[in-house]
Design a protein around this ligand. Structure first.
Ligand SMILES: *[C@@H]1O[C@H](CO)[C@@H](O)[C@H](O)[C@H]1NC(C)=O
Ligand SMILES: *[C@@H]1O[C@H](CO)[C@@H](O)[C@H](O)[C@H]1NC(C)=O
Ligand SMILES: [Zn+2]
Length: 470
């Protein structure tokens, strides 16, 4: 049903928020009032008194307090944060988030693996919802903003909308994803992978244990998820959401360097990870003469350089490759390496280009093995996720929200990946970035200013409002 009523409300909301944002900059003479009057066709002050409007702004201090409170659920001392999947502190953090969702009037549910959903039913609850969210798990000795901004900020965005008097048409839903970080079970974005219905990962989970030999199922049950073995119940159909937007710190330096408050993400790069083992005969570093050697360490070194070459040959700045692990066995100064182990990460926003790099790395591994007479005992592609592009109508909604809030923005690529990469398989997706100090992330120095967070929450709130009426 499209009535004057349902059209008028979003308008009111958008006007209100514009007023709030400018009141935030100067208290009183509001330069946007003219625009608002032109928009609405009546003098603003006759219609709404300024007082209730000023209470509509983002609760910056309350939100800061929530960041601090959530950060206190940590296995390492402040300012670092360590919150590992299904640990006691993770369970406390989950309880904290569910409580906040309830306080915001959202109806809360959890799926079999502990993805948490808080829904605000709109005027037309049967429509596919607009969703937003991120994660709250934290790798050892990391910071308090990665992921958390996209959860606490999303709940606050809902609060902003509610305080403004806005009523969504489509339902709005906040999601806290289970285990974006691969810390405990070696698989990143567990929650969103399952929601996207990726069966191979569901299968993998059945036999996955942590480094204490605790199975995924046992860990989940200990955290209260007794239904965890029914993994397929977490799968969502394509079309379950009309849009998904994730608010996140940039985790890179660009926005801060350029003093731009908002990043609108147009694509997310995706990694392929490869494990490689070479084996040779080893031998004494003095006795074995050079022509007789088959040095597994040199094979690894040559492959590491080949990775760099293939990545650079792609011709795109968006192609990257890293050999982050290179182990030699037996690891003695007077012993020729008899075994070597490499772990390679290569990423791109173009899947074909990245897969070409993977193929070239494989060819190099084979030819190096031949040339150096070492055995290529393992070449295993651990994962090879497709990159994702943001959906134009969500990009547009975020851009116009930033413009209406007088916040400069920049379109950019996410070089780290997020739950959004997997949500893209079942829903149109985009992301909103805010600047963070020096681009630091995954360490205690990670920091986003209260102003940056407030700007991000405002843009998210307005974007959700626009999407919920589409
Ligand atoms: C891990 O646990 C399983 C099942 O309890 C057991 O069969 C296996 O031997 C254990 N592995 C190690 C390395 O302890
Ligand atoms: C698993 O979940 C599905 C979907 O929610 C449900 O229909 C089914 O009955 C569940 N199976 C078990 C064994 O609980
Ligand atoms: Zn994150």
């Amino acid at each position: 049903m499209i009535s004057r009523f349902s059209i008028a409300l979003p308008f009111c909301f958008i006007l209100c928020l514009i007023h709030v944002s400018s009141a935030y900059e100067d208290d009183g003479k509001d330069p946007t009032i003219k625009t608002m009057e032109a928009f609405s066709g009546y003098p603003i002050h006759e219609h709404v008194s300024p007082d209730p409007l000023s209470s509509l702004s983002v609760d910056t201090q309350g939100l800061q307090k929530q960041f601090d409170e959530l950060a206190s659920f940590s296995d390492s001392p402040a300012p670092s944060v360590t919150r590992i999947l299904y640990s006691e502190n993770d369970v406390l953090g989950r309880r904290y988030i569910k409580n906040l969702m309830s306080l915001s009037g959202l109806s809360v549910r959890e799926d079999a693996i502990g993805n948490i959903f808080g829904r605000w039913n709109g005027d037309e609850p049967e429509l596919a919802a607009v969703s937003t969210g991120s994660h709250t798990d934290a790798i050892p000795y990391s910071g308090k903003y990665d992921g958390v901004l996209g959860v606490l900020g999303a709940i606050e965005a809902i609060n902003v909308l509610k305080r403004s008097g806005f009523k969504p048409k489509r339902p709005l839903e906040v999601i806290m994803f289970t285990s974006e970080e691969p810390t405990r079970f070696g698989i990143s974005c567990l929650g969103s992978r399952l929601m996207a219905g990726i069966k191979e990962h569901a299968e993998l989970l059945k036999n996955t244990v942590d480094n204490q030999n605790i199975s995924f199922f046992d860990a989940a049950k200990a955290a209260g998820y007794s239904n965890v073995e029914n993994l397929s119940s977490a799968f969502l159909n394509k079309g379950s959401y009309s849009a998904f937007v994730e608010l996140h710190i940039e985790q890179g330096p660009i926005l801060e360097e350029e003093a731009i408050p908002i990043g609108v993400v147009t694509a997310i790069a995706a990694p392929a990870s490869i494990k490689v083992d070479f084996e040779g005969n080893g031998g004494h570093a003095g006795a074995a003469l050079m022509p007789t050697r088959n040095d597994a360490g040199l094979a690894a070194a040559e492959l590491a350089l080949a990775v760099e070459k293939h990545v650079l040959d792609s011709g795109s700045i968006d192609t990257v490759g890293t050999v982050g692990i290179l182990d030699l066995h037996p690891g003695a100064i007077n012993s020729i390496p008899s075994k070597s182990h490499l772990e390679i990460d290569t990423r791109d926003i173009d899947e074909k280009r990245r897969n070409t790099v993977v193929e070239k790395i494989h060819q190099s591994a084979l030819s190096i093995s031949n040339k150096r007479r070492v055995m290529l005992s393992q070449f295993k592609i651990i994962n090879q996720d497709p990159p994702a592009s943001s959906e134009e109508f969500i990009i547009k909604a975020a851009e116009s929200s930033a413009r209406e809030l007088n916040l400069p923005y920049k379109k950019m690529i996410s070089r780290a990946y997020h739950d959004s990469l997997f949500m893209a398989r079942i829903s149109p997706m985009a992301m909103i970035f805010v600047p963070c100090y020096k681009g630091y992330s995954h360490k205690p120095e990670e920091y986003a200013s209260p102003e940056a967070i407030t700007d991000g929450v405002k843009v998210l709130a307005l974007t959700l409002a626009k999407l919920s009426t589409q």
